[in-house]
Design a protein around this ligand. Structure first.
Ligand code: APR
Length: 173
């Protein structure tokens, strides 16, 4: 039975009133398309202005900003790995995205966190593997911090993505 604090929903992460939402960014942190573009559009121009002060972020790590016009208080910007066949440490880097985001959320007192499906869009990370890594990493961190989070949800933008995360969550120990 998986941790009841973890859930999967179908929706648009820019509408989720979590303490923090994660952004599938790139290493420049200067915006882009996909969920990165949606988050910047919804947050407004102050988000980019704050991102400029961060001087980028390494793949697999995360940096935090305010949420501005988003319902979320914070945005956790994390560049996921670009899929290059699986032999370049992509799995560990993707796990690092989820772990870095949750550790950053913890240090800022965030008890509710929402994630998009990091790296499975433009970065072409295979969805089945990515969702398994995402769910396992989140479950591991929540197990290490039984008191520190109320909920963590995966916000999937389409039914195909949602069914992969539902399967990953259903098979989580
Ligand atoms: N809410 C939730 N999920 C979304 C939203 C949204 N509003 N918009 C897109 N998504 C989903 C996509 O459908 C996909 O399932 O986010 C997932 C990640 O896809 P991308 O946004 O393409 O992110 P990624 O594959 O990590 O590529 C990152 O794309 O946008 C650029 O600047 C970004 O260079 C970076 C790269």
């Amino acid at each position: 039975m998986h941790d009841p604090r973890i859930s999967v929903i179908l929706g648009d992460i820019t509408t989720v009133a979590a303490d923090a939402i994660a952004n599938a960014a790139n290493t420049s942190l200067l915006g882009g398309g996909g969920v990165d573009g949606a988050i910047h559009r919804a947050a407004g121009p102050e988000l980019l202005a704050e991102c400029r002060t961060l001087h980028g972020c390494e793949t697999g790590k995360a940096k935090i900003t305010k949420g501005y016009h988003l319902p979320a208080k914070y945005v956790l910007h994390t560049p996921g790995p670009i899929w290059r066949g699986g032999g370049q440490g992509e799995a560990a880097l993707l796990a690092g995205c989820y772990r870095s985001c949750l550790e950053l959320a913890l240090s800022h007192g965030c008890r509710t966190v929402a994630f998009p499906s990091i790296s499975t869009g433009v970065y072409h990370f295979p969805l089945e593997l990515a969702s398994a890594i995402a769910v396992k990493t989140v479950a591991d961190v929540l197990r290490e911090h039984p008191e520190d989070f109320d909920w963590v949800c995966f916000v999937c933008f389409d039914p195909h993505t949602k069914s992969a995360y539902d399967r990953a969550l259903a098979s989580a120990p």
